[in-house]
Design a protein around this ligand. Structure first.
Ligand SMILES: [Ca+2]
Length: 342
């Protein structure tokens, strides 16, 4: 009896998709390109048509529309959109013209370059994306900015916070190779790894004076998501505090925020994003950057599940909250991406 364990399963598990933006059926890129061209030429710009087209097509369909647009209008659609739109709608539209990976890479670059660092953005992206996504982000980051992501992150952060982010950026799971093992042996070894991991988390934190941060970093950056999810569930039987409480007691500042995002994402990523959206939307002057980033980057991934977590936890739908806290074209484009309430 043998059991095949793919590295994929051990590293990541197949992440289920719950998109709100689905491929348009009866899709005709030429017709869409013509609609966008007319909308841009219309006096005062017909934003509604642009919103309708962009939010009801997937990224790959938008790319096709852009190719078609370029053929007919003899100019680049992204440049044309930049000229025609402004403010928050422009930001969302340009975000939608990037692939998820290009978008993440740009957000990271934006958080690093210039004076100071936007740690919040850096933490949100690096601690919530999967291994596979981070591998892609690194590649695209280098293509787009001719720089190494690791070097940029290292240059802008310090101490244990830097160590954690670098451990995440370096390909995690590369120690797991494709293996074929007798099933019983494998079960035993997985179980051992599981309890070892629990014990190590506790021993490195709550049990001792101070914290062995290096051990926490290595566990949280190297272990697989499904594995860690189970570890955090059981952790409470080893420790008087759950994992999030332990993090709050043991470490501070950006390191604490990063560990908390990691644990929350391992436990329930969509709930994490729902909470982020709720905080951002209800904070004074609605933190648009966060709202835009989450909705643009998750609409083809898991925004539908984020919406259901949102409603279950905050007593009203995400769509209602958007309607109350944003306005104008920005509101329309966000609602377009969220889709109708279930
Ligand atoms: Ca301690």
């Amino acid at each position: 009896m043998t059991l095949f364990i793919s590295t994929d399963l051990l590293c990541q598990g197949q992440e289920a998709r719950f998109p709100t933006v689905l491929p348009a059926t009866d899709f005709d890129p030429d017709r869409d390109a013509a609609r966008i061209e007319t909308a841009i030429k219309t006096k005062g710009v017909d934003e509604q048509t642009i919103i309708d087209v962009l939010t009801k097509r997937t990224y790959s369909q938008r790319r096709e529309v852009a190719f078609s647009y370029e053929r007919r209008a003899k100019k680049d659609m992204i440049t044309a959109l930049k000229g025609a739109l402004s403010g928050s709608l422009e930001t969302v539209a340009l975000g939608l013209m990037k692939s998820a990976t290009q978008f993440d890479a740009s957000e990271i670059r934006g958080s690093i370059k210039g004076l100071g660092t936007d740690e919040e953005t850096l933490i949100e992206i690096l601690c919530s994306r999967s291994n596979d996504e981070l591998v892609e982000i690194k590649k695209v980051y280098k293509e787009m900015f001719k720089k190494e992501l690791e070097k940029d992150v290292a240059g802008d952060t310090s101490g244990n916070f830097a160590k954690l982010l670098l451990a995440l950026v370096q390909v995690r799971c590369n120690h797991v190779s494709f293996t074929v093992l007798p099933q019983t042996l494998n079960r035993a070894s997985v179980y051992r790894r599981f309890t070892d991991c629990l014990q190590a988390l506790y021993d490195a934190g709550v049990k001792i004076k101070g914290t062995d941060v290096a051990t926490w970093i290595s566990i949280m950056s190297e272990r697989s998501a499904p594995h860690l999810q189970k570890v955090f569930q059981r952790y409470k039987s080893y420790s008087p505090y759950d994992m999030q409480e332990s993090i709050m007691k043991e470490v501070k500042g950006d390191l604490q925020r990063s560990f908390l995002v990691l644990v929350q994402c391992f436990e329930n990523k969509q709930l994490f994003f729902a909470k982020r959206l709720n905080e951002a939307m209800k904070s004074k002057g609605a933190k648009e950057k966060i709202v835009t980033r989450i909705i643009v980057s998750r609409c083809e991934v898991d925004l539908k599940k984020i919406c259901s977590e949102y409603k279950a936890n905050f007593g009203q739908s995400l769509q209602q909250t958007i309607a109350e806290h944003t306005k104008g074209d920005y509101q329309k484009v966000l609602l377009g991406l969220c889709g109708a309430e279930e």
